[in-house]
Ligand binder design. Structure first.
Ligand code: AMP
Ligand code: FE
Ligand code: FE
Ligand code: ZN
Length: 289
């Protein structure tokens, strides 16, 4: 189906740059998107919009449409829930206040994790800072990269499966708002909220139906169904829930450069869904070539 809007296909609405835990700068990411044959890409760094300006500046050169986005950290009880947000106002005081609070909490928490690891391994906080860019949203992937640099593990995935795994006792969570509060904040800033990879824990791990109903009432737009970490039975359940609640369905790569095996464009979003996102987004606009 062709669109009346000037964006191009294929469309990948979930990627990370070095502003958070991706390994490419926003500029490099735009060029990778062009090289991968994408027509439209959203940069959705964790809890930050610092990549938007450089990505926007590259649209004329690459011809790839840029959709401003973010992946906001939230928590429901013990479980981490990631909320994708598109086309919100990056200066909205309530939302930026919460983003700053999360990024600060992530720093303290990462230092605590490193201090515990340092009892058993030669690892310093400076090792971790050396793996981040200035002002980046710091996370376990940067600790993983520091462990790779020290030669303890071959790559990020191995670090997550060994030293960084919660069962080893170094892990701790960080502050994050509840999903319901996060959906309200995103909508309050004119944005369009979509739950990221909601079925990584399978059919029975999907957010409970009564709680999902509350998120829908608060303005949830959609569910990211086509994502490599959603299980097959979990995707089936998500499609049932989307039909039941009138939610839209997205697909995306969750590209992290060299930090994860996910490749740009390995999953994509239908043009009519992006049209609906643009119709509802009031805080910022896509940058067209
Ligand atoms: P954090 O938000 O600090 O708890 O770290 C979670 C981040 O780590 C997620 O955003 C993922 O991108 C990344 N991550 C989780 N598991 C893996 C893995 N097995 N390999 C590489 N990156 C991972
Ligand atoms: Fe990530
Ligand atoms: Fe995520
Ligand atoms: Zn992500």
């Amino acid at each position: 189906m062709s669109s009346a809007l000037p964006f191009r296909t294929p469309i990948d609405l979930h990627t990370h740059s070095s502003v958070s835990d991706g390994t490419e700068t926003p500029t490099e990411l735009m060029r990778s998107a062009a090289a991968a044959g994408l027509g439209t890409v959203a940069i959705t760094d964790h809890d930050s919009t610092s990549g938007w300006a450089d990505a926007s500046a590259d649209v004329a050169l690459t011809g790839v449409t840029f959709v401003p986005g973010m992946e906001l950290s939230t928590r429901h009880g013990w479980r981490s829930v990631h909320l994708l947000a598109y086309l919100f106002d990056p200066t909205d005081a309530a939302l930026t206040g919460e983003m700053a609070r999360i990024r600060d909490a992530r720093l303290t928490r990462a230092e605590n994790i490193v201090n515990r690891i340092a009892v058993d391994y030669a690892l310093t906080w400076d090792d971790v800072l050396a793996q981040t860019t200035d002002g980046a949203t710091v996370g376990r992937p940067h600790i993983a990269d520091a462990l790779v640099a020290r030669g303890y593990v071959p790559d990020r995935s191995a670090a997550f499966e060994s030293i960084l795994h919660p069962r080893n006792g170094y892990f701790e969570p960080h502050y994050a708002p509840g999903p319901l509060e996060a959906v309200r904040l995103v909508r309050g800033a004119g944005g369009v909220p979509v739950i990221a990879h909601p079925a990584t824990r399978g059919r029975d791990g999907v957010v409970p139906t009564d709680y999902l109903a509350k998120l829908v009432d608060a303005g949830l737009f959609g569910l990211e169904v086509d994502h490599r970490e959603n299980t097959p039975d979990g995707k089936e359940r998500l499609l049932e829930l989307a039909a039941q609640f009138g939610l839209r369905v997205t697909g995306s790569s969750d590209y992290h450069g060299a930090g994860k095996p996910n490749r740009l464009g390995e999953n994509t979003t239908a043009p009519e869904v992006l049209e609906a996102i643009i119709a509802e987004g009031r805080g910022s606009a896509p940058v067209y070539a």
